[in-house]
Write a new protein. Structure first.
Length: 131
């Protein structure tokens, strides 16, 4: 799923270790830690070993939009980075529209566009494994 693949991508950019203060994302990290602490009380244990497993899609997109994250992508030679961020922002927008409108389903045109963007992101992530 896109959420998981975005988490993996971000961790890949940061070589598995995000130093939140260095990238100016302490507030998001605090929100993620708060979510992690709330989740500890649930019966379901997260399989993800990273704090990013507790991040919302919106927080992941915010991390991708961060200047330091963009620099990491440039250093790693990921030329498609801006497109990935743009696609992730639209996927987030579609998902937020569903949540805020309390819809069970997106309108057909939105659904098709979102599916296309998710497909493009998945293709990017599949190809990234071979770099």
């Amino acid at each position: 799923d896109i959420h998981k693949r975005l988490r993996e991508f971000i961790l890949k950019l940061y070589d598995g270790k995000i130093i939140w203060a260095e990238i100016g994302m302490e507030q998001i990290h605090d929100q993620i830690k708060e979510m992690r602490n709330r989740q500890k009380k649930s019966l379901y244990n997260m399989a993800d070993e990273s704090d990013l497993g507790y991040a919302t899609l919106g927080q992941l997109v915010a991390i991708l939009r961060n200047t330091e994250t963009a620099k990491k992508a440039k250093q790693k030679g990921i030329s498609e980075y801006e497109s990935v961020v743009d696609h992730a922002k639209v996927v987030l927008s579609c998902r937020n529209n569903m949540d805020h409108d309390e819809r069970k389903e997106l309108p057909p045109g939105w659904k098709e566009a979102n599916a296309g963007l998710c497909s493009m992101l998945n293709e990017f992530f599949d190809n990234l494994k071979y770099r």
